[in-house]
Design a protein around this ligand. Structure first.
Ligand SMILES: Nc1nc2c(c(=O)[nH]1)N[C@H]1C(S)=C(S)[C@@H](COP(=O)(O)O)O[C@H]1N2
Ligand SMILES: [Mo]
Length: 162
């Protein structure tokens, strides 16, 4: 499942998980735990991917889509463009689904769930599309504690089935 970058970009593109390792070394994060405490793996910077896609001047929101489980988060580009990471590998292997793979978005410092526009819930797992837009895009992050608990229960059930 490739990662597509589209919307308000001069150069829409699609990267396979294998192509992530071919992104320029300056954009690679060999050890994500150095940047995001408690998280592991190898990733590339969002900035590096945006340098390939060339966002157009009007693009001010990034919408992260996970088609597989229909989870979406839309966050202001300015708040994440210099810190966002796409994790793609763990211990030399493709990032497993249990860790949100094949591709998982991660931010170093996020607010607690549903307390801010950029919160922990924006760490989208199984992300397959980065959509640049002008204005906020589709977002179905849980907005209340109750919705949130329900989502986590679903996730636990899904993981137990794997
Ligand atoms: N695709 C997808 N990504 C997701 C979610 C989800 O349900 N589906 N849950 C989000 C929420 S609400 C949180 S708090 C974090 C939890 O990440 P963790 O399980 O690695 O702590 O993942 C986020 N990313
Ligand atoms: Mo969350």
């Amino acid at each position: 499942m490739p990662l597509t970058i589209d919307g308000l970009v001069a150069n829409p593109l699609s990267l396979s998980a294998a192509e992530f390792s071919a992104v320029a070394a300056e954009h690679q994060i060999p050890d994500v735990s150095q940047v995001v405490p408690g998280r592991q793996g190898r990733g590339v910077t969002l900035r590096g991917l945006l340098a390939l896609a060339h966002p157009q001047p009007g693009a001010d929101y990034l919408t992260l889509h996970s088609t597989s489980d229909d989870f979406h988060a839309s966050v202001p580009l300015s708040a994440i463009r210099d810190t966002g990471i796409l994790v793609y590998e763990l211990n030399g292997q493709p990032l497993p689904a249990t860790a949100g793979g094949p591709i998982r978005f991660l931010l170093p410092d996020t607010a607690a769930c549903h307390t801010a526009e950029v919160d922990e819930c924006a760490n989208v797992k199984f992300v397959d599309r980065l959509e640049l837009r002008s204005g906020r895009g589709f977002d179905n992050r849980p907005s209340t504690k109750r919705e949130h608990e329900r989502l986590h229960q679903q996730q636990q059930q899904q993981q137990q089935q794997q």
